[in-house]
Design a protein around this ligand. Structure first.
Ligand SMILES: Cc1cc2nc3c(=O)[nH]c(=O)nc-3n(C[C@H](O)[C@H](O)[C@H](O)COP(=O)(O)O)c2cc1C
Length: 350
């Protein structure tokens, strides 16, 4: 059904217009208590066998929505009502900014992929903090992803991230330092250990000072050399980070300028996950993102050592019930393998 709607209707409209409409619809849903509870009851993962605990936070299921959809923390409850086990909001920056000129979001339908050069369009950390402070009617795990304001020079990047962290860490179930988006000039240079160490140290100080001690993760690019993946893994261990999200979009493609996501990213994303797991074992929580399309993909990531899995592009092509369907299939698979909990699958083939 969704395939038909997508091929006959949605793909004829500008991708960003469809995105904005979806965000508005989900924000509206969050304001309709009865409907949102009904949907949540029908679609969210409730099977105890799917529960996952990572860095002290309880997730109802392993599959969450990756950063970049709910940039301004406008509709997390609506997303949870559709069956995602967590929502990563952002990327948020210390200062509001418009992002790159449109068009900046492109579908590659035959490849089941997307290219985006949004450039961290967002209303700023303070505005998001006001939204995150509102009481919620549903239990939603909300991660907050922060990045650098475009106009802030690299030398002042740490202070900029710290501003966002102070605003948002107290309101986040976990905090993510994003140094891997390709659409903010120079951002990915911050993945160099010499720059990343002071940045993560400063943000961690903020995350550690919240009443609950907010877990801190770093999100990395798929285009890093393998030795750089290892170096960041070692740094994360050294600094006592809680985990790594791998990966962001790739710039290794021949299309429009921007980051590529979806099916073509699958192989490299899995490769980076395997490399991280070989390096850190279970000492860090690994969150796998990139090209996840179905329950088989989620299962493969879990076996390879991910505790949590995220998707975004797969949802665009899979439709509104995508996450719910995957969680249901995962529950079946847990039973078929004779497991009591999906957590028993984590790292089995690592
Ligand atoms: C339109 C779009 C916007 C994105 N914006 C962000 C962002 O703001 N911050 C971020 O860390 N990742 C962002 N991402 C990357 C995703 O979070 C994810 O890491 C990547 O798309 C790979 O997953 P996927 O193949 O399931 O889409 C964005 C992805 C897309 C498609």
């Amino acid at each position: 059904m969704y395939r038909l709607v997508f091929s006959q209707v949605l793909r004829r409209f500008d991708a960003e217009a469809v995105h904005q409409l979806t965000v508005s619809a989900l924000a509206l849903l969050a304001r309709l208590p009865l409907l949102k509870r009904l949907l949540h009851r029908a679609l969210a993962p409730h099977d105890p066998a799917l529960r996952v605990t990572a860095f002290g936070v309880h997730f109802p299921g392993p599959l969450g929505l990756a950063a970049g959809f709910d940039k301004d923390a406008a509709c997390a409850e609506g997303i949870a009502a559709l069956g995602f086990g967590h929502v990563e909001v952002g990327t948020l920056t210390a200062h509001a900014q418009p992002g790159n000129p449109r068009p900046r979001l492109f579908r590659l339908v035959p490849e089941r992929a997307v290219i985006n050069r949004m450039g961290f369009n967002n209303a700023g950390a303070a505005a998001a903090a006001r939204r995150l402070r509102r009481p919620r009617g549903l239990p939603v795990v909300v991660g907050v992803n922060i990045g650098k304001t475009k106009v802030v020079p690299e030398a002042e990047a740490t202070a900029d991230y710290v501003t966002s962290a102070k605003e948002l860490a107290p309101l986040a179930d976990y905090l993510v330092v994003n140094v891997s988006s390709p659409n903010t000039p120079g951002l990915r240079n911050l993945q160099a250990v010499s720059l990343l160490r002071p940045l993560l140290t400063a943000v961690k100080e903020v995350a550690d000072s919240t009443p609950r001690r907010t877990p801190l993760l770093v999100k990395i690019a798929p285009d890093l050399a393998d030795e750089d993946v290892d170096a960041i893994a070692d740094l994360a261990l050294e600094l006592g980070l809680d985990g790594i999200i791998a990966t962001n979009t790739t710039i290794r493609h021949g299309g429009e300028t921007g980051g590529l996501s979806g099916r073509p990213l699958k192989a490299r994303s899995l490769e980076v996950l395997r490399r991280l797991r070989a390096r850190v074992g279970d000492r860090l929580t690994l969150v796998s993102a990139g090209g996840v399309e179905d329950a088989d993909d989620v299962w493969e990531r879990l076996l390879a050592g991910a505790t949590l899995v995220q998707g975004y592009t797969g949802w665009i092509y899979g439709g509104p019930l995508w996450a719910s369907r995957i969680h249901r299939r995962l529950a079946t698979r847990v039973r078929r393998h004779g497991l009591k909990s999906i957590t028993e699958a984590i790292g089995r083939t690592a």
